[in-house]
Design a protein around this ligand. Structure first.
Ligand code: SF4
Length: 700
């Protein structure tokens, strides 16, 4: 930080990184951000983590794309174009030239076959940009092959929430933990991934709240836990069913709540009878007494909350994991009151908003089904255009498979990096290389942009106007702090210009006009106007123009046909591949505090990359000793899909038969190793469990 002499203006906006949605103030001098302070937003109350405070300088990195680029004739597609050498592979173009080329390539494919183009939008863009993106694919290409990174993070949570609660968003803000007596934090590592939310969790324990931390890794939150359940990877359903068995057997259910607000209880109760702690202990690795003690504390709390992350969702049984958490909260009556609720901690800063805005192959905005004729016609009326497909579109991984099958030949990718983020990423990279026409819109020459035919230079979050929705359902205004470099443009502007060239009737001249259109078919935005958001954050649903929004929902029933939430029993499903003699360890991938997702931003942030400059994996010190590898030496990790070499760290928080690998490092891309097997409901890959072999890198 500095003093007031350090800057000549300040701009209030939102952090570009995680779904907590911290409000911050950029201090600016000479069109450069000098530093950042936290301000008093509803989710952060002046707090920021290291990313929000020090991670802003990626926007002025010399690798920024500043001019539209078109691939030179005959230059091969693929990785490893040195940004300094970009002009060997691409030639600079005017905006008109690049947009014409982008549109022509896509519309030629559209003319050939209507389903030939798919789109990945971005959870790092604004709500308006996400809305425009899904509209372009649906209106412009007539189908629903549009998706984004929610497919890789919480799609299974949303699937279970929609099925059983009737809404895909959180039932209570994470700040509600201040009114709770007990909380379960499972399959997430908020101290690293949602650090400001974690500060509220720590405060909760300081005032005596009982914290139940469940994770295969000894995550940092465990230090604050009343109960710390280090269960075996992939054994979530067995552990959660056992906890629910205890609650039923000991008569700790909230009978009145179950009778008043739920359905399918008898089936659920019968299902749970088999899942005794004694039977489940060998499967999940938690002693019966520990399971009982945790279950009792959660069930007997006056108010309890459940928070979860991708440790729950990124499994082929991710939807079942979430079903268990929903059932656990319902049977204890821990929904709809102060200090209660279900809260999947959302990952990217606008993954909630992008999902709400319809960047999903099966849903239009507000999770309205594409298969419903009335819903589609409500949108085409507003769009003043013809109908589009009533079939659910393909999801992220399915789109890559469809490219290999020759069913999709063109893509428009805005701000996503599937060449790093997809499971079995060599398969995804081969798919991208196979495309006849790929348009990439981004701020850097990402790994994905290396496969592009046309690259459109976009704006970083701190360079544009738009609204975002955080994990708490809080809609907030992002404002431009500085101007984009060179000829880079705001994403919404690029989308509009591309749509016009695709023959669409778009006339937007400002994001506020897009927001106004969104409101026409999104009741979640009732009572929320652009003008309101200029002055305050509003939590949806907002019941009146004066209502700041409902932090807790479903106190009087659920948005399901009978107003009742549903118990959906979940059986144990084994991970898709199990360790064996050839691949004896379990690989768990994830994030770390300093680096953000595929690293395109944070690895170009001076402070953050200085703290964590090198690809690393974490292993138990005993495992390292057994292998004769010293901390800091290189190991080779090999799965059925490929190998990476990476520096090994000793970490007692990792079980002896596990290894943890962050996915932000291109030089040891974790997703070369991961399994693309999908959860059948959420279509999310099993990033959290792959069978892996570990060797000293010098061993072969
Ligand atoms: Fe940004 Fe999330 Fe950190 Fe807040 S907690 S400053 S939103 S990265």
């Amino acid at each position: 930080a500095g003093d007031s002499k350090d800057y000549d203006r300040e701009v209030k906006s939102i952090c570009p990184f995680c779904g907590v949605g911290c409000q911050l103030s950029y201090k600016i001098k000479d069109n450069r951000i000098k530093y950042v302070d936290g301000i008093n937003g509803p989710a952060n109350e002046n707090r920021l983590c290291v990313k929000g405070r020090f991670g802003f300088d990626y926007i002025s990195h010399p690798h920024r794309l500043t001019k539209p680029l078109i691939r030179k004739e005959g230059m091969p597609k693929g990785l490893n174009v040195d940004p300094a050498d970009v002009h060997t592979h691409f030639r600079e173009a005017t905006w008109d030239e690049a947009l014409d080329a982008a549109a022509k390539g896509l519309s030629d494919l559209r003319a050939e076959k209507g389903t030939n183009v798919a789109g990945f939008g971005s959870a790092k863009c604004s709500n308006e940009e996400a809305y425009l993106f899904q509209k372009m694919i649906r209106q412009g290409f007539g189908h629903n092959n549009v998706d984004h990174c929610t497919r890789l993070c919480h799609a299974s949570s949303v699937s279970a929430l929609l099925e059983n609660v009737g809404s895909g968003a959180v039932t209570a803000t994470f700040n509600e933990i201040e009114n709770a007596d007990a909380a379960i934090v499972i399959g997430c590592n908020p101290i690293e991934n949602h650090p400001v939310a974690a500060t509220y969790f720590k405060q909760f324990t300081k005032r005596g709240g009982k914290l139940i931390v469940c994770d295969p890794r000894g995550v940092g939150m465990g230090k604050f836990a009343t109960h710390r359940l280090l269960f075996k990877p992939g054994a979530d359903v067995s552990m959660l069913n056992a906890m629910m068995n205890v609650i039923v057997e000991e008569g700790l259910c909230d009978r009145q709540y179950i009778e008043g607000y739920t359905e399918n209880w008898d089936e659920m109760k019968a299902h749970l009878a088999d899942y005794t702690p004694e039977k489940m202990a060998p499967i999940c690795g938690i002693e019966p007494d520990a399971l009982r003690a945790a279950a009792r504390d959660f069930a007997t709390a006056r108010a309890g909350m459940i928070f979860w992350g991708m440790g729950i969702s990124q499994h082929i049984h991710g939807t079942d994991n979430s079903r268990c958490l929903i059932s656990l909260a319902l049977m204890c009556g821990h929904v709809g009151r102060p200090g209660t609720g279900l809260h999947p901690l959302r990952g990217q800063n606008n993954v909630q908003g992008a999902s709400d805005a319809g960047l999903i192959p099966m849903f239009l905005p507000d999770y309205q089904s594409v298969t419903d004729d009335g819903v589609r016609s409500a949108f085409t009326d507003v769009w003043n255009s013809g109908d589009f497909s009533n079939e659910k579109g393909l999801t992220v991984v399915e789109i890559m498979d469809a490219i290999h099958a020759g069913d999709i030949k063109g893509m428009y990718i805005l701000g996503e990096n599937p060449a790093m983020s997809d499971p079995d990423v060599d398969h995804a990279r081969a798919a991208l290389a196979k495309l006849d026409h790929l348009v990439v819109q981004d701020i850097f020459l990402t790994e994905t942009a290396n496969y592009a035919d046309v690259i459109l230079p976009a704006s970083a979050w701190a360079e544009k106007t738009g609204t975002v929705t955080n994990t708490n359902r809080q809609v907030q205004m992002g404002r431009p702090a500085v101007t984009p470099p060179g000829e880079a443009k705001e994403d919404w502007w690029i989308e509009v210009e591309l749509a016009k060239r695709l023959g669409l009737n778009w006339t937007y001249s400002h994001p506020s006009e897009v927001f106004a259109e969104m409101k026409l078919n999104m009741s979640s935005l009732d009572n929320i106007t652009w003008e309101r958001l200029e002055g305050e954050a509003v939590t949806y649903p907002s019941l009146s123009p004066e209502d700041p929004g409902q932090a807790i929902v479903f106190g009087d029933g659920f948005p399901r046909p009978n107003r009742r939430a549903r118990f959906t029993p979940a059986k144990i499903i084994e991970p898709d591949e199990r360790p064996d003699a050839e691949y004896p360890f379990v690989l768990i991938t994830g994030r770390q505090l300093e680096h953000w997702h595929t690293g395109s931003m944070t690895r170009r942030s001076h402070v953050l990359d200085a703290v964590e400059p090198e690809a690393n994996c974490s292993m138990n010190p005993r495992t390292l000793r057994r292998m004769g590898v010293a901390p800091g030496e290189m190991v080779r990790l090999t799965t059925r899909r490929g190998s990476v070499e990476v520096m090994a760290r000793a970490d007692r928080a990792i079980a002896e038969d596990n290894v943890f690998l962050p996915f932000a490092y291109v030089e040891a891309a974790a997703n070369i190793l991961t399994n693309s097997a999908l959860d059948p409901y959420g279509k999310i890959p099993e990033f959290k469990y792959s069978a892996v072999r570990i060797e000293a890198a010098t061993a072969v």
